[in-house]
Design a protein around this ligand. Structure first.
Ligand SMILES: [Zn+2]
Length: 235
């Protein structure tokens, strides 16, 4: 039996600095990062990636003209996933978002609804939240997807603008976190013409933030948009 130098080094390193699963606390093996495979498989999946009339997609029907939307996992109260997402957002565990992003990519690979994607666009975090957190968790999820699918990340399409828009239309978007009043299309938006954009976010609830992003992205000529989130809230 041959023991590789890498394995030997890993075992030694792990003895000194044990890497533990952020969910169950078990020691991770060489192939695992942040979370063990058992815990990943135990997060309840939606299977929404495989059918068109799924509840995530339905959220956007009649609101914006997108190609497809789905969510990988169910987000429920007091679940392991709720704790994991809490760690991602409030305990600096951005690499965990990256690992879960890879799981999204495996689902996308098997789905017939996400074909010919050109680039990945993570939903931007409100600048105030970004300043506080230091990173955008959706961007880290998107990085994990990008790594597996070999599709580039594009974060410069929407740029931060001064929040000076009038509040004349106090609709659903105005009341909730309003991306469209904070972000707008960059001057180079025409270079993103005729592309299939994958919009990525962490948890899908009302869909307002994603909708606001898509309204801007749909101003790019001939753009096609698909949406994926790590989880969908509810039930
Ligand atoms: Zn675990």
């Amino acid at each position: 039996m041959q023991i590789s130098a890498k394995k030997l080094f890993f075992d030694f390193y792990n003895l000194l600095v044990p890497r533990k699963c952020l969910n169950c606390g078990k020691n991770l093996n060489l192939k695992e990062n942040q979370i063990c495979l058992d815990c990943i498989y135990n997060i309840p999946k939606t299977n929404y990636l495989d059918f068109i009339d799924n509840p995530a997609n339905q959220i956007f029907w009649g609101r914006i003209n997108i190609n497809f939307a789905s969510a990988l996992y169910f987000f429920t109260k007091n679940s392991a996933l709720q704790d994991l997402i809490h760690q991602i957002k409030y305990s600096g565990k951005k690499e965990l978002a990256y690992e879960l992003g890879k799981q999204i990519a495996f689902g996308i690979k098997k789905s017939e609804f996400y074909s010919n994607l050109d680039f990945i666009f993570p939903v931007p975090l409100h600048p105030k939240k970004f300043k506080k957190r230091g990173y955008n968790q959706s961007e880290w999820i998107a990085k994990g997807i990008s790594e597996i699918l070999k599709i580039p990340l594009e974060t410069s399409i929407l740029i931060k603008t001064k929040n000076t828009k009038s509040q004349t239309n106090k609709n659903r978007l105005e009341r909730l976190e309003n991306v469209s009043s904070v972000f707008s299309l960059s001057a180079e938006y025409l270079s993103f013409k005729s592309k299939h954009i994958l919009v990525v976010d962490d948890v899908l609830t009302t869909g307002a933030t994603i909708e606001a992003c898509c309204i801007e992205l749909l101003k790019i000529p001939e753009s096609k948009i698909s949406v994926i989130t790590l989880a969908i809230a509810g039930n």
